[in-house]
Ligand binder design. Structure first.
Ligand SMILES: CCCCCCCCCCCCCC(=O)SCCNC(=O)CCNC(=O)[C@H](O)C(C)(C)COP(=O)(O)OP(=O)(O)OC[C@H]1O[C@@H](n2cnc3c(N)ncnc32)[C@H](O)[C@@H]1OP(=O)(O)O
Length: 218
């Protein structure tokens, strides 16, 4: 364990946006997007599940398309610049309320590491009941973003990310991912994490390099 981890510096210095490269100001919401935002995101995820797991008759497809288009028309006038939308900034919601991120729940978030639990859903499936191989780097990369943030590092970008796929990762099964900062060397933060099932069986592990952005760096 590095000296920085032992000191447990935490998130205290990450609110100074002078340090975050060229990133827009990006802060957590106060209210997780309001009373109905979590419901909306969950319904949209279920639509994604249904979109890849149903074979409706043509009249149902037509009505579903009309309703989807009506929803687009309802939301379209409310676009905002990056950093102002609740999606991705609602820390109390699965996947921080982002439709891109895994809808997992953070159980631990401090300078010693981050742990979250959840399931890969039907719309994450690659084939034969297993999560798509591309979804695991997404899970790990987002976890590493949170780990570096919880550790108190300025916003960093992933330099490399190496996944070892040890066993098939099942969908619709509760899993846990946990990782931490292993070492810091100047702008470089070396991180690693493991994905396990309820019995503790290792499904995948990952190590990555996060590089702190320079002033103005995209
Ligand atoms: C509201 C709350 C939110 C919660 C949290 C969410 C926050 C938001 C989080 C957002 C998260 C967003 C996450 C994402 O979006 S990650 C998106 C995917 N990643 C990218 O798009 C990154 C693209 N690449 C770059 O931008 C640059 O290449 C970077 C910035 C990575 C480095 O280019 P830069 O020109 O700046 O630096 P440098 O080249 O001098 O390198 C510096 C040092 O690093 C070493 N090095 C570099 N690469 C590698 C490599 N592949 N293997 C081994 N080593 C490597 C290099 O040798 C050198 O070491 P040394 O020679 O000094 O010893």
């Amino acid at each position: 364990m590095s000296e920085r981890v032992e000191r447990g510096r935490g998130r205290g210095d990450v609110d100074d946006y002078e340090q975050h490269g060229g990133f827009p100001v990006y802060r957590a919401t106060e209210d997780d997007g309001g009373p109905d935002f979590g419901r909306l995101v969950e319904a949209l995820r279920t639509i994604q599940d249904l979109g890849v797991s149903t074979a409706p008759p043509p009249d149902v497809v037509r009505r579903a398309a009309e309703q989807a288009e009506a929803l687009v028309a309802l939301l379209e006038p409310h676009r905002v610049p990056e950093g102002q939308q609740p999606g991705g900034r609602s820390m109390g919601l699965p996947g921080r309320g982002s439709l891109l991120m895994m809808p997992w729940t953070v159980e631990k978030f401090d300078a010693t590491g981050v742990r979250s639990t959840g399931v890969f859903r039907r719309f994450h499936m690659g084939g034969n009941g297993a999560a798509h191989g591309g979804t695991l780097p997404l899970l790990f990369d987002d976890l590493f973003g949170m780990i570096t943030h919880a550790y108190g590092r300025p916003i960093s970008r992933t330099g490399y990310l190496h996944v070892n796929y040890r066993k098939i990762t099942p969908i619709d099964t509760r899993l846990t991912v946990e990782g931490q900062v292993d070492r810091v060397d100047g702008r470089k933060t070396f991180v690693s994490a493991r994905l396990v099932d309820a019995e503790g069986t290792l499904l995948a592990d990952c190590e990555a390099l996060m590089v702190v952005l320079l002033p103005g760096q995209p």
